[in-house]
Design a protein. Structure first.
Length: 263
């Protein structure tokens, strides 16, 4: 099979896995040629299929594997990224049905909404803050299409970095008056504290993750555009979701966001 065929085959399998809610085995065992570069080609193909099938468009990006602990666990040395589509966004207060997911989990994040283009390869934290219209609390719902969340970096990247849905809080804040690095957060599930910490949990500063993304996208001729939202990476371990669960991510200075799950 030539490379283009492999990209098509993997993208189609992942598209069908999500649509049919059926998990698949990781692809690197079947296609040893699946490296990171090819995986991002698969991701592009998969996202194109979803855009067409769901009559939607790309509205931003998400980062994965932004903590050292997660990178070590996965045996990788840098984060990954995926595309966010309009069809993935859930309005705050709108219940989220878990019916479409294979094994959903929820993560607390800080969302950046941009008002300037960020074009690598030399974007810095200062550049990101300068290009940020506002930040807001967010919860990302992830759902790997692989059995038991078992995958390599190349598999995860191919699977659009486990993207599923996202909720952004409806109050927005200018980053100028905030110290995103030291900003504390509390993450609760059904009122029980699941995680606490600070923005520095994401690459030492959440804006550093956005800078990394802009520089990484430059390698494939892409940029971060005005109006796009960027989920800067999970501040804690992902927590399993069941019907009836309610999650709250609260941040010092920017309020909180909730996600409520139903059958």
């Amino acid at each position: 099979m030539i490379k283009t065929d492999v990209v098509d085959v993997i993208a189609q399998e992942l598209f069908a896995a999500e649509k049919n809610k059926t998990a698949v085995d990781q692809f690197v065992d079947r296609y040893p040629e699946l490296d990171e570069a090819m995986a991002y080609q698969v991701q592009d193909r998969l996202v194109s299929k979803k855009v067409e099938a769901e009559n939607t468009k790309q509205v931003g990006w998400k980062l994965g594997l932004t903590s050292k602990a997660k990178q070590e666990m996965m045996g990788v040395h840098e984060p990954s990224y995926g595309a966010l589509l309009g069809s993935m966004q859930v309005n705050e207060g709108e219940p989220v049905s878990i019916a479409p997911f294979i094994h959903a989990k929820a993560e607390p994040e800080i969302a950046f909404v941009l008002n300037k283009e960020l074009k690598g390869p030399h974007i810095t934290v200062a550049d990101v803050l300068d290009a940020t219209e506002y930040v807001a609390p967010a919860i990302e719902i992830i759902d790997s299409r692989f059995f038991g969340y078992k995958f390599t970096l190349a598999d995860a990247v191919s699977d659009n970095s486990s993207s599923a849905k996202f909720i952004i809080g409806e109050r927005f804040y200018k980053p100028d008056d905030l110290d995103l690095k030291l900003m504390g957060f509390v993450y609760r599930k059904n009122g029980e504290v699941k995680a606490t910490g600070a923005g520095a949990a994401v690459m030492g500063h959440p804006a550093r993750a956005v800078a990394w993304l802009a520089n990484k996208l430059n390698e494939v001729g892409k940029t971060l555009k005005p109006g796009e939202v960027v989920l800067s990476g999970s501040l804690s371990a992902a927590v399993e979701v069941k019907p009836g669960d309610q999650f709250t991510a609260s941040f010092d200075g920017i309020g909180s966001v909730q996600a409520v799950f139903t059958e």
